[in-house]
Write a protein that binds this ligand. Structure first.
Ligand code: FES
Length: 178
């Protein structure tokens, strides 16, 4: 369980916030790093730690698309469908992915390798159409690039076409192994 394995880490997170409930997002992030999604038991445990109701935690988990409510594939493909990307072909990009993976958004391939999602703006508006795979960005995508990315990910999980994102370091998360 989350609390048993990460007591010191959780206490360190709690120590950063004068108001206990402010630690909700970091703890949800920790739970997702551990399991790949935020399980019902993790939500209950976090609610108990923060002295919230489980429904208060659930409300937050369902608000943020970066938090997963069920297990996802090894590679989580998130395609931006907001305006700037839509204008340069995000629907076409989703179509390419659907055709190659045989799944629709919110579905996972039978081999548990890929989950496809559509999301709102990923702050890469000038380089659409784009998608995020796990923590990497792939931008200005073409059908050929999509084929190469999927082939590379299937082969060994890496692809040189990735371009970002440029995130601030999150040192507390580097200690957690999935
Ligand atoms: S509109 Fe697609 S990244 Fe912003």
């Amino acid at each position: 369980m989350l609390l048993e394995k990460y007591t010191d880490h959780i206490n360190e997170i709690l120590s950063r916030y004068p108001v206990r409930r402010s630690a909700l997002l970091p703890l949800l992030n920790l739970a997702q790093r551990e399991d790949g999604y935020v399980s019902e038991s993790a939500m209950k445990e976090i609610a108990r730690i923060l002295r919230l109701t489980p429904s208060q935690v659930y409300e937050v988990v369902t608000f943020y698309t970066m938090l997963n409510l069920k297990p996802i594939g090894k590679f989580h493909i998130q395609v931006c469908r907001s305006l700037m990307c839509a204008l340069v072909g995000s629907d076409t990009l989703v179509g390419w992915l659907q055709a190659r993976l045989g799944i629709r958004p919110r579905e996972t391939t039978p081999d548990r390798l890929f989950t496809l999602s559509t999301v709102e703006c990923l702050a890469s508006c000038g380089t659409g159409p784009m998608m995020q795979v796990n923590e990497e960005y792939y931008e200005q995508l073409t059908e050929e690039k999509v084929d190469r990315i999927l082939a590379d990910l299937k082969r060994d999980g890496t692809c040189s076409l990735k371009s970002g994102p440029f995130m601030f370091p999150q040192p507390e998360l580097q200690q957690v192994k999935r």
